[in-house]
Design a protein. Structure first.
Length: 178
């Protein structure tokens, strides 16, 4: 299983370092042999969010759905945990990239000469992101404690799913906010 997680990390890193032409990103779907090779999770999710617009929440679970359908020799719960962790990595990359874009925009807005009265765009964005991180961590702790009596394997898999869902929702919210 650790080999699979290392492979996913390498794929996500490759997607970050390589520039993917738009035509390849549009082909980032299961069944396309280049899907895994080009680190297809990130461009596929980004493309999905763009295409779905106000229904972008329907993109959550897409990677884990494809992943769990792939043949695996791991236990089903380990596969489920791995697949949600893989999806979370992709959403986390998208969120970090979106946040960096928003930071640059906010700093540019704060520095504009005609914007003397409202120079707190960056500070408010940073505060909102810090508050979201606090919420995410508290929600994961609450979830973990609520599931304490259950099997650790189920709890781990469900925690990865929640982490992916929270990260995806934050990315979508930040991405769709003007």
């Amino acid at each position: 299983m650790y080999k699979r997680i290392a492979t996913v990390s390498m794929l996500v890193t490759a997607a970050l370092l390589a520039s993917t032409p738009p035509s390849a990103a549009q082909e980032a779907v299961p069944g396309n042999p280049a899907y895994q090779e080009m680190g297809g999770d990130v461009p596929a999710l980004k493309d999905c969010v763009e295409n779905e617009g106000r229904n972008a929440g329907s993109c959550i679970g897409r990677v884990s759905g494809y992943c769990t359908a792939e043949p695996s020799q791991d236990e089903p719960l380990e596969t489920l945990k791995f697949c949600w962790a893989r999806e979370q990595l992709a959403w986390d990359h998208l969120l970090n990239a979106e946040y960096a874009e928003r930071v640059a925009e906010a700093k540019e807005q704060d520095a504009a000469p005609d914007n003397e009265s409202e120079r707190e765009s960056f500070a408010s964005l940073r505060d909102a992101q810090r508050a979201w991180i606090g919420f995410r961590d508290a929600e994961l702790r609450r979830f973990w404690m609520k599931r304490a009596p259950y099997s650790a394997k189920w709890r781990d898999a469900d925690s990865e799913k929640l982490k992916a869902q929270l990260t995806a929702t934050r990315y979508i919210d930040l991405h769709q906010t003007d």
